[in-house]
Each structure stands twice: as structure tokens, then as C-alpha cells.
Design a protein around this ligand. Sequence first.
Ligand code: HEC
Length: 263
Amino acid sequence: MMYRYLAIVLMFTGSHVFAEPLSLSVNQIRKDLAADVVDIKVLEQYEASEGKAVEVTYSGIPLEKLLQYLYPKTWDGFEGEIYFHALDGYLSILNTAKARQGEAYMTFARADGKPFIIDNNNQNEKDVPLAPFYLVWDNLHNPLLVGSNAYAWPYQVYQTELVPEAVVQSLLPPNASASVEAGFDAFRDNCLGCHNINGFGGKKYGMDVRQVIKALSREELYEWIDKPSAINKYTAMPPLSAGITGENRQRTISSIIDYLQAI
Ligand code: HEC
């Protein structure tokens, strides 16, 4: 009961009641956590090309150690999501359970002293700066982490934010249908990195997503999510992941629209 009430209040007050982004300083963290700095060798996902693995060793801090340091009162026992804000406005969302697996490292340099940059082969971008922080996963010891979409590698991370589960749930309207709930999950996985609701989410596209959709019909929304470039050749928005195909694609897009219309 309390929970539902909290959710309703959060939906309409329009403010961050609990979570505030915390800015990260490389110098401060290197100084305060000097004893926790480790070298971590990974298969560099962004630079891998077919059949060719690229190993890179980075210097960084185990993510859990960093979170304990950043949130001494909150991290232990905390449930919800960690937001990693990037300088380009992109937001990467990580469930706390994954952070507790002990396989993530927040890095700030290459161990060999070479420039802290990568080539992002997926997006055809060369010499992309990774600073201030770059989250990597120990995928040499856990092959399940290789190429898994569920484990993001955000770079240019400059802020973290702990978002409690109750706040996450507050983005779901009360009495949501199954399709609205499925749409909420799909929206978090595929859209919230760039778009925000009530200030929660990425800021790549500044306007609240509820404003953005107002002028669009269901058909227009469907087309836009499926293939934005068909509507605007120059759009910076990517289509819904090509990995979601066929009937599943139709269902996913429909449920995202159900969710957007419900909020
Ligand atoms: C990589 C960032 C990114 C992702 C991911 C993304 N968008 Fe966008 N979206 C944008 C940008 C940038 C625009 C601004 C329009 C442009 O650049 O053409 C936009 C515009 C829109 C618009 C407005 C279209 C219009 O006609 O004004 C809608 C609606 C929208 N996005 C919905 C979504 C939904 C739903 C998802 C998830 C399936 C999503 N977006 C995923 C970046 C993104």
C-alpha cells in the first residue's frame, strides 16, 4: 500500500526524491583508493572484429569497491539500479545484482600507458576518448560476458547514480497491463539510455519522452521506432535493435507504444 502511494507521488512530483547523480573525480579516486587499483586484462569488445580478439589491459578499481567508497551508507544491501552517465548524454543502466558479481571494473587508464582511447568498430568511430571512466568486465575469466548485451561497457562515465527499486517501479503506471509492463522493460532496455521520463534516463534527447510522443499517432510511433531513418534520413536515433526480429519485433514495439501511451 505504502509502496503504491510512494509510486504515485513520485510520478507526479516530477523531482528526484532519492537519487542524485554523483560526479566522479579521477584524481580523488586514484588517491583515496590507491590500494585498490588493479590491472585488468579484457577482450576489448569494441575493437574485436570477426574472428580477431583484441586483448587490452586497463588500470582501474573493482566496481564494488568504488561503490562502497562512493556510497558508504547506501551501497551495502541496496537494491535497484546503477545509472552511469556519460559525457555525451548517454545513460547506461546496470542492475545492482550484476554489479555484485564482482566481475566489473571502473577503469581510468590503459596499463601500458598508451592513450585511453578505443576504436568503436560497431559505430565506425576511431580514437574515441574513454576518459574519465570506462566500465569493463572480466570476460577473460567468464566467457558468458563476451558479446552479451546485458553487460554494458559505458565509456566517458562522469557520474553515477543509485536509483532505488521503488523509484524504478514508479516509472510504471499503477495497474499496468501485462503489455504495458513488457513495454516498460523494453523501454528501459532500448530507449531510456537516450530518453528521459521525469528526469530519469539519458539526456541525449533533452525533452521528456511524454512531450515527444504527444504529436505522434500510434502508426507514426511504430514506424519511428522500427526504422527512424525511413522518416528522417538524418536522424541520430538508431532503429530498435536488429537482433529483435519477426513477431517478437512487432510485439516489442507494440508494447513500448502501450507503455508510452499509458504514461
Ligand atoms: C542512441 C540514442 C537513442 C535511442 C537508444 C533511442 N532514441 Fe529516440 N531519439 C533520439 C534522438 C537523438 C532523437 C531526436 C530526433 C532526431 O535526431 O532525429 C530521438 C527522437 C525520438 C522521438 C521523436 C520523433 C519525432 O518525430 O519527433 C521518439 C518518439 C523517440 N525518439 C522514441 C524512442 C523510443 C521509443 C526508443 C526505444 C525503442 C528510442 N527513441 C531510442 C535518440 C535515441
